[in-house]
Write a protein that binds this ligand. Structure first.
Ligand SMILES: Nc1ncnc2c1ncn2[C@@H]1O[C@H](COP(=O)(O)OP(=O)(O)OP(=O)(O)O)[C@@H](O)[C@H]1O
Ligand SMILES: [Mg+2]
Length: 232
């Protein structure tokens, strides 16, 4: 398994009360596959993804990504893991407003070991003609594509997407999903994506249904559906 999470537990303490957010989550995803995490608001999806992405720490359990046990890493090693292996895409694009499209992407390319070529990335996300524009001059879908470009320019082994289409309309969502599918196919990037939209589960090899900090169902698909053919 490329991602192997076993009995992951996480709680947060606010004031005197301790709340268990993840209550022993286990999941597996093979290299090159796409996994979708489905579940209601507050069920622990982002917490789980942040731990797999090395931006938050588990209380207990094992989190292996490509053979690396994240629970055993120190801060520096976790930073290396995040920088070298993980691309993150968020619901709200987190672009730097006073940098152009190209500069937003370069920020990440410059700290990457083996970045993809800028033109290749701009072409992949269809933003060749917008490379000198600023984020405020772009539509929501275009901004999300810059965020995707920024996440893939380092050619990460793992792409984590936290509701990548949450702020987008139907058509734009489908084109962003189709872009993610193309990245998965062409670069072999393993993708783990959070969504509220059950229809999006059809494009995944594996769907994990989360309820109140537990995976209540894991569905594996023999065949996946092209993003262009998903309807909701
Ligand atoms: N840093 C934190 N401190 C305290 N509680 C937290 C913290 N981060 C998350 N939580 C709590 O953990 C629970 C799960 O949060 P999480 O963000 O993982 O949910 P989610 O499934 O991603 O929800 P949504 O679909 O709304 O994004 C929530 O009740 C949230 O308030
Ligand atoms: Mg969330």
């Amino acid at each position: 398994m490329f991602i192997a999470v076993k009995n992951l537990k996480k709680s947060y303490t606010t004031g005197k009360s301790k709340t268990e957010i993840l209550k022993g989550v286990s999941l597996g995803l093979e290299k090159g596959q796409t996994g979708v995490i489905l579940g209601p608001s507050g069920s622990g999806k982002s917490t789980l993804m942040n731990i797999i992405g090395g931006v938050d720490l588990a209380d207990s359990g094992s989190i292996r990504v490509d053979g690396l046990e994240l629970a055993a890493l120190n801060d520096d090693q976790l930073t290396d893991y995040r920088r070298d292996s993980v691309g993150f895409i968020f619901q709200f694009y987190n672009l730097v407003p006073n940098l152009t499209v190209m500069e937003n992407i370069e920020v990440v390319a410059n700290i990457s070991k083996a970045p993809l070529d800028m033109d290749t990335v701009l072409k992949a996300v269809g933003l060749e003609t917008k490379k000198r524009n600023f984020p405020r001059e772009l539509s929501g879908g275009e901004q999300q594509r810059v965020a995707i470009a920024r996440a893939i320019v380092k050619n990460p082994k793992l792409l984590l997407c936290d509701e990548p289409t949450g702020a987008l309309d139907y058509e734009t969502s489908r084109s962003v999903l189709s872009l993610l599918q193309r990245i998965n196919r062409d670069l072999g990037t393993t993708i783990l994506m959070i969504t509220h939209n059950t229809a999006i589960g059809d494009m995944a090899n594996v769907v994990y249904k989360v309820r109140s900090g537990e995976i209540v169902e894991t569905i594996r698909h023999e065949e996946t559906t092209a993003a262009e053919r998903i309807e909701w």
